[in-house]
Design a binder for this molecule. Sequence first.
Ligand code: TYM
Length: 355
Amino acid sequence: MAESSKPKEQVVTPWTAQAGEGEQKIDYDRLIVQFGSNRIDESLLQRIEAVTKKPAHHFLRRKVFFSHRDVPDILTAYEQNKPFFLYTGRGPSSESMHLGHLIPFLFTKYLQDVFDVPLVIQMTDDEKFMWKDLQLEEAHRLAYENAKDIIACGFDVNKTFIFSNLDYMSCCPAFYRNVLRIQKCVTCNQAKGIFGFQDTDCIGKMAFPAVQAAPSFSSTFPDIFGDNKDIRCLIPCAIDQDPYFRMTRDVAPRLGFPKPALLHSTFFPALQGPQSKMSASDPTSSIFLTDTPSQIKNKINKYAFSGGRDTKEEHEKYGGNTEVDVSYQYLTFFMEDDERLAEIKQVRLEGTAQY
Ligand code: TYM
């Protein structure tokens, strides 16, 4: 599907995130049912707090991270002093990352801090070469540019490995071997079913998901994990990446590897509103990490969808709608102070805010 077309039904894939026709925002409850994942409920939140002995991150409290696969198993492993590692990634398609890309990385930083575990970060410059109108050299350059944004999150330098696929695949035989093992387990029909590939797509696209799957297995990184093939992996990402890891979890037992666990986030909304995600493919939807304060102000003033009503009278009568007001939604991601956020919400709801 073209990224700009408006679907009748909600569509969430690694390439598109769009609410259904007539719907104001993406329905995440529906995604949990559709993808067969699990809700992060109050009891899991309490368990995370008990195991980490820290208050839950505000992304958890506010359900920005709302869904998971097998997280209780990771917590049990941690309690039993069994090792696990974190894995996340970025497909470098723009000069710098946008605020949405930052969400999984900020959360991964929290996870590394509380669990004190190794982290691998895959830069899929090969993926972006295949999908975008980019030369290999340019995709590789963008991977290094975006790595700077990632490094700025402050990960533990002694426990973090950031790699470009273009570099690492050519110097680590273990990586390519696992890619091949995974590729042999997935048929073209399955790949078409999971990812919607068409016969007109180039064969490189069909082969790529195995490359994103391989870092879920500790044997892909002999320099970090030695001969240990069964260290469990936890992957924080937005829910759009789940299809890759449904495939990974499907093949893992056949290869004798543990299934990766996942933590899924909602999308940081596009400037135009929570019907779609902030996306580098549409620069008017995005605030980039390199934008200056005045550029950000201009973008917010020009594009940000407001939860205000159609007329001043209606707004005074019904108040604003914080569920779709982009400025308020952005604060829910970045304003850590719950009390201040509640005050701002009240002002919006009372309709006294300036729209
Ligand atoms: P990419 O570069 O599209 O996105 C990088 C990470 O950011 C998440 N993301 C968002 N999160 C919240 N709000 C948004 N608007 C938003 N847009 C993107 C993505 O879910 C992702 O976690 N193929 C991947 C790269 C990759 C990867 C991984 C990602 C390789 N291995 C392992 C996660 C985990 C990609 O192109 O991501």
